[in-house]
Design a protein around this ligand. Structure first.
Ligand SMILES: [Zn+2]
Length: 173
């Protein structure tokens, strides 16, 4: 069973056995994704369910990752969650691509073999935003105006503060 899960995958056999595949990858390991990252941190996870679609081995699932990107509005780094739903059917030759069921994207897997790492990287590249940005402009502003020196001055010399000191008087009224 272990060899069945090694690259390149035998998609025909995985589909026939309706195998579920869950795997995590260090995002730094993807050469083509790396150039888009602000930091080489984070994991990508693939979750695939193999099955047969029409006459073709297929899989359905998603590729997810947490990636550090540079916001193009404020140029700050931020951690983005990217996710790409995946539904593909594997054909032996490009010429067969038109024959897979409509709701599937055709992917060529010569000899029924699939390089999982390469496939996950392709999906990840599709999932990465073309123009990465914080979800809202407020998120950008929030980071910019974050006080750096202020907290030092706020340290009190007068010892313990008593947030409820006046509460007793208040209740008596
Ligand atoms: Zn921003």
């Amino acid at each position: 069973m272990a060899s069945l899960m090694q690259d390149p995958l035998d998609v025909g056999q995985l589909a026939a056995q309706r195998t579920q595949l869950e795997r995590e990858f260090p995002i730094d390991g993807f050469e083509r994704v790396r150039s888009s990252l602000a930091r080489p941190e984070g994991q990508a996870a693939a979750h695939f369910r193999f099955h047969v679609a029409g006459n073709y081995p297929a899989l359905e699932g998603a590729v997810r990752a947490k990636a550090w990107l540079v916001c193009q509005r404020c140029l700050q780094e931020f951690e983005a969650t990217v996710e790409s739903p995946v539904r593909v059917a594997f054909v032996g030759r490009d010429a067969e691509a038109g024959r897979v069921p409509d709701e599937y994207d055709a992917v060529t897997a010569p000899g029924g073999r699939l390089e999982l790492l390469e496939f996950v990287e392709d999906e990840l590249l599709l999932a990465l935003p073309l123009v990465p940005m914080h979800p809202t402009p407020q998120d950008c502003t929030g980071r910019r105006t974050m006080p750096v020196v202020e907290p030092l001055r706020m340290v009190s010399n007068s010892g313990v503060t008593k947030p409820f000191a006046g509460l007793g008087d208040l209740l008596k009224r």
